[in-house]
Design a binder for this molecule. Structure first.
Ligand code: ZN
Ligand code: ZN
Length: 249
């Protein structure tokens, strides 16, 4: 499985694209979240946007979904099929209510969400299969009352999405995956909806060594700052457009 980070920035990042990951495996792929910065990132890695067929949406904060309208239009106008959106069942209507003011009316009449996307609604903890890989979703604690989800693909990766630290789940998953992609705000102050570096440093050493940090602020857009961090910690930061190869084991 080849992993490419299309973006590693937090909501306010202007230098390193918003957090999104492309996984390629078994002749297919999955993109996690679809910020508008993915259009540029995909161009830079040479992956045509018309070839994007599978997207998992973690939650509805702007920095994770503000390219979904573009993807829908692009696929309809330039592509040969609707992109499949894997999404928690309770997020389907709220997502359409965000998209519909710009997508409902067309010169050929009114459209619905399923005219643009092939929606795969998932229950709490829902799973799906693609290219011989099973993806297990799980609810995260990001903002109280908001539906948000992470995803695990054994034996490859755990992806926290935006979340406070669910230490028990991370430690359990660590035994079954090669890398843990975890969000980290990298600020010294307390941010109640995200995970701090201090918290991730409390993880057992064997878990920290597998943990890769994403969704951080622009001070670390500078590769030399990430390199310095990576030298000084057993946790490491991934940069935008960096890749990993994971084994089938
Ligand atoms: Zn975010
Ligand atoms: Zn968020």
């Amino acid at each position: 499985m080849k992993i490419t980070f299309l973006g590693t920035g937090d909501m306010f990042s202007v230098e390193q694209y918003h957090n999104s990951m492309l996984a390629e495996f078994g002749g297919t792929h999955l993109v996690i979240d679809f910020p508008e910065s993915n259009a540029k990132a995909l161009k830079e890695v040479g992956f045509p946007m018309t070839d994007i067929h599978n997207v998992f949406i973690t939650h509805l904060h702007e920095d994770h979904i503000n390219g979904v309208q573009m993807l829908g239009y692009y696929s309809q106008i330039v592509g040969d099929r609707k992109p499949r959106l894997f999404i928690h069942e309770q997020l389907v209507e709220p997502l359409w209510s965000i998209l519909s003011p710009g997508m409902r009316y067309t010169t050929d009449g009114e459209r619905t969400m399923s005219d643009y996307y092939d929606i795969v609604p998932l229950p709490d903890g829902g799973t799906f299969e693609l290219g011989g890989v099973t993806f297990e979703t799980f609810r995260t604690q990001h903002v109280p009352g908001m539906v948000s989800n992470g995803i695990v693909a054994k034996p490859y990766f755990y992806y926290s999405a935006d979340s406070t630290l669910d230490q028990e789940r991370v430690e359990r998953a660590a035994a079954d995956v090669q890398l843990i992609f975890h969000e980290c705000h990298m600020h010294d102050l307390v941010i109640k909806s995200h995970t701090s570096l201090k918290e991730l440093e409390q993880l057992p050493a064997e878990v920290r060594q597998k943990t890769v940090l994403m969704h951080y602020h622009d001070e670390y857009a500078d590769a030399s700052n990430r390199e310095r961090f990576n030298r000084e910690h057993d946790l490491r930061m991934v940069g935008t457009l960096e890749s990993f190869e994971l084994d089938e084991k």
